[in-house]
Design a binder for this molecule. Structure first.
Ligand SMILES: C[S@@+](CC[C@H](N)C(=O)[O-])C[C@H]1O[C@@H](n2cnc3c(N)ncnc32)[C@H](O)[C@@H]1O
Length: 260
């Protein structure tokens, strides 16, 4: 398995900061070819999450699992009074803490070879950054007593985990009644991250039936929660000046109902 602080992981840093904070630069650069909406993954996922909040839930805490460089975590602070972003990468969390402190910081998009373009990651003044806190932590080892939340987001993280089923099963216990859990996943399991026996889908079972991650997530979560919404959100990452990766994540919004 790749160490979260390995060289390869550090290379991803520019891709993620660009994806979370560089939308307006990338939109300007690519508007001739790509609909600008495709660069709005963080805004879209955060809006969908905030819109799904059930006012019956009085818990004003949110948790962003695998928060990466914090784009969604900061956006959730528009609604939640206390938002915790958790990621196993020290480098990503250091970046989040810097952005929390200063409100803005320079980021870079990789162009050709060693060449980069400077961009600015900026949190709008309207967001109270003091509502956000960040933790370097493995999601399987959340602090004891972390408590419960009105909202848990797991965006594109299940397929980065060694044992996604274990994390999936833990999600309901992190929520209060009426709390929501938003899972985005592009169902791209790789043995680099997840041993094949732990994949949520992408294989035939003993009866020759196709097992998909989408269905597996539903099968696990429906025991304690209700699926209230599904959506698809494009996540567009600029890898190099002329290479972009487009992931289209399936989003499932689950609500924890009393007595379910
Ligand atoms: C593909 S990125 C997705 C980031 C972000 N949530 C998004 O949707 O853009 C997956 C993130 O999960 C983090 N991650 C992977 N395994 C983890 C683990 N076991 N515990 C906590 N974070 C983990 C990675 O460091 C990375 O930031």
């Amino acid at each position: 398995m790749e160490s979260p602080n390995s060289e390869k992981h550090l290379v991803w840093f520019n891709e993620y900061t660009g994806m979370h904070y560089g939308a307006h630069y990338l939109q300007k650069r690519w508007k001739k070819f790509i609909s600008v909406e495709n660069f709005e993954c963080v805004a879209k996922l955060s809006k969908l999450t905030i819109d799904a909040v059930d006012e019956a839930c009085t818990n004003t805490r949110a948790l962003d699992i695998g928060c990466c460089v914090g784009g969604v975590t900061f956006k959730l602070a528009a609604k939640f009074k206390n938002v915790i972003g958790v990621d196993c990468s020290q480098k990503f969390i250091q970046f989040c803490d810097k952005l929390k402190k200063n409100g803005k910081t320079t980021i870079y998009s990789c162009e050709e070879g060693d060449l980069v373009t400077e961009m600015m990651a900026e949190i709008p003044e309207s967001i109270d950054r003091s509502r956000c806190s960040f933790l370097v932590r493995d999601v399987n080892d959340l602090p004891r007593g972390i408590g419960t939340f009105g909202c848990v987001v797991a965006s594109n993280v299940l397929d980065s985990l060694e044992n996604p089923l274990q994390v999936l099963k833990m999600l309901p216990s992190l929520l209060d009644d009426h709390g929501i859990c938003v899972i985005a996943c592009h169902h791209y399991f790789l043995e680099d991250f997840t041993p094949k026996e732990n994949w949520l889908g992408g294989y035939l079972n003993e009866d020759g039936q196709a097992v998909t991650a989408s269905n597996k997530i539903k099968e696990v979560l429906c025991k304690e929660m209700k699926l209230v919404e599904t959506a698809e959100i494009p996540f567009l990452v600029q890898v190099r000046s002329r290479l972009l990766h487009l992931y289209i994540s399936e989003v499932q919004v689950w609500k924890k109902l009393p007595n379910v």
